[in-house]
Write a protein that binds this ligand. Structure first.
Ligand SMILES: C[S@@+](CC[C@H](N)C(=O)[O-])C[C@H]1O[C@@H](n2cnc3c(N)ncnc32)[C@H](O)[C@@H]1O
Length: 262
């Protein structure tokens, strides 16, 4: 069945196809790409006295990486398989100041956005590529002067070769609003302003058609994914006509923002 990438049903299916949330292909990103800056900034914000929240933590890799730097960390995700993996890793690594919670904070599930925590619980709230609806409940769980920081995928217009891919594997068309506009609207609805923000527009380079195949078919229903041999003529042709000596470039956009709760 064809599902909208990153919809709840799509995440549920992905969690049955691979262990945890990660990208299974090999590709290259330039040194500065948004993901790296996000990580450096979150690390800067976290200190041993801080209580921290991660929204949409996947299988908990980042939370476990940051745990030693803060007082407590609550990390939640709506996919039970991810939280089970996260808890197993915490047990294995003997990390005791992280609480993993399986919860869906969406409006659809709770009648209003609901973060699974009490009032004024956190000094820092971060989310790496998680959803946006939690912003509606951020004021309740944030302490005065808490920092919010999120990295969001920010789609860019697809390259010309997109039209040669089978429709189900085409990159999505560019939406009417940019990610920055969507985030600003959501924050404004909650009387929160952006303190600082950055847009990253770089290229992700795939050096082989095989990695490109893994990328475009990721998260699809395996029973509807043609084998590589069937797609190879199309992919090889795209590489032949559009790749540079390093490989095929695909636009990679990120929007990174901070707010401070006043
Ligand atoms: C793009 S993944 C990122 C995972 C992780 N933050 C990382 O960087 O590897 C987005 C995550 O947000 C979670 N998510 C989406 N909607 C959610 C919701 N309503 N409540 C809780 N988690 C949600 C998904 O299950 C998924 O694990």
């Amino acid at each position: 069945m064809s599902l909208k990438p990153h919809s709840t049903e799509w995440y549920d299916r992905l969690s049955t196809l691979q262990r945890g949330y990660y990208y299974p292909w090999k590709s290259k990103l330039p040194l500065i790409n948004g993901e790296d800056i996000f990580l450096a900034q979150v690390k800067d914000m976290i200190t041993p006295a801080k209580d921290v929240l991660e929204v949409g933590c996947g299988h908990g890799e980042l939370a476990l990486q940051l745990a030693a730097s803060c007082q407590t960390l609550l990390a939640y995700d709506r996919v039970p398989a991810y939280i089970r993996l996260a808890q197993a890793s915490a047990d294995e690594q003997q990390v005791t100041n992280v609480t993993f919670v399986c919860a869906d904070s969406s409006l659809a599930t709770n009648q209003r956005a609901h973060i699974p925590a009490g009032e004024q619980s956190f000094d820092v709230i971060y989310s790496r590529r998680g959803p946006l609806h939690w912003i509606d409940d951020a004021r309740r769980v944030a302490r005065p002067n808490a920092t919010l920081i999120q990295l969001n995928p920010s789609p860019l217009p697809p390259p010309i070769w997109n039209q040669y891919l089978p429709q189900q594997f085409q990159l999505p068309e560019f939406g009417a609003l940019t990610m920055e506009q969507i985030v600003r609207q959501r924050l404004a609805q909650n009387q929160i302003t952006i303190h600082s923000c950055w847009t990253f527009q770089v290229q992700e380079t795939f050096s082989t058609p095989e990695d490109f195949y893994t990328f475009i078919t990721w998260g699809h229903d395996p029973t509807n994914v043609p084998p590589l041999t069937q797609l190879a003529p199309t992919l090889n042709r795209i590489f032949q006509d559009y790749a540079n000596p390093d490989g095929l470039e695909i636009p990679f956009g990120r929007f990174l923002w901070h707010s401070i709760i006043r």
